[in-house]
Design a protein around this ligand. Sequence first.
Ligand SMILES: [Zn+2]
Length: 155
Amino acid sequence: MRGRIEAIAVTVGCLIGIFFLAKWISGDDGTTKIDPKLQPLVEEWITTMESSGMSDARERLGKVHQIKLASIETLSGAEPLGVTTIDGDVIKINERILSRDLMKNTLFHELGHALFSLDHTIEGIMNCSQDIDGPYPINDPDKLKQYINQCLASR
Ligand SMILES: [Zn+2]
């Protein structure tokens, strides 16, 4: 009898182990793995959204499992500035972006897709084409405001 209880205990232990392993692998613990180079920009996004009335911006960010710098190329040979997986799980920012402002613009754009399912707009931060030489909508207070309002409306 004693042996059986131990066997059950070990089984339960294994199941718990598997559960945590699965959580660890999927990264589904409400935290976001963020490339250190992108961390300050992610903090800027949180501060921007919090000061605009989105008090749970940091919590919302937890829906994204990973934000990383990566080399991005499509089959057609195009090189997007950023991509977001369909489920909004992973955001990739093109590692070849050199401008901090363009990187920030791209991050805000992808977070708009990932967290608020925003579609592309004709102009502004959610515009799908951005001249790499600028000017960047992120630096235009009106366009930043437009983006914030889009996010607030899509909560
Ligand atoms: Zn886009």
